[in-house]
Design a protein around this ligand. Sequence first.
Ligand code: ZN
Length: 288
Amino acid sequence: MSGQGRAGAVARRRVGTIEVVALGDGELDIAASLFGDADPDERTRLARAAGFGGDAIPLSINTFAILTGGRTLLVDAGSGTMRGPTEGFTGRALAAAGIAPDGVDAVLMTHMHGDHAGGLRLASGEAAFPGAELRLARAELAFWSDAALEARMPDRMAPTFANARACFALYGDRVRPFAPGERIAPGVTAVDLPGHTPGHSGFLVEDGGERLLVWADVVHVAAFQFAHPEWTIGFDVDGAAAAATRSRLLAEVSESGLAVAGMHLPFPGFGTVRREAGAYAFAAAATR
Ligand SMILES: [Zn+2]
């Protein structure tokens, strides 16, 4: 591992009386060439400046627990056993944080890609969080439930659709879709951030005058997309919409100073965004 991700690690932060716990699911490598609309020389320059050689860019995978009003919410479930050996350590991190799988009241999904939703199921096929509701945007549920759409998708998407379908069946009547802006729990509100997927969502945590936006996959590669918010990753369902969401949000949070938490920012993924050189820069926050 490069140090971007921290498998099984835990870092805590308070938002008023609410506790937000970053959980290290691990790390994955993506190809820099997935940013197909980026200038290749600039891509290489930024990768080298960040200390990454070659085409492989290491990304942290972070999940978060939110402890609010006596409820334990998990935001995303990580990769589980769906992907490589450097991923899928959210369960270990939860144990280190003192949270049992059956103590999770709800899993809030930012979207249903495998590095976020693989961990909803155990290798045995059982639900990883047997008492939890599965909350996701109505648009996200509709997209991954659409068999006609699935039939038109490239083959590489098949495992993602299959996992989503299996999870919806497994959590059954505990699957509860939400609308944009819906209040999910005390101090937790869903935020519509479309583009990466149709129902891609963040969660705004607010208490006692403090706020934190868990912004999911608004930025995949910090070394690239704060400097170039217009660069889109090949996994985006709608790259133009994803870039528009990112540009709007970076302008907003750099203006307001709103703290953010990202699923692929270097672990633990907490920080703030500032304007820099006509674009943006990320400042990681200290945690305990
Ligand atoms: Zn992701």
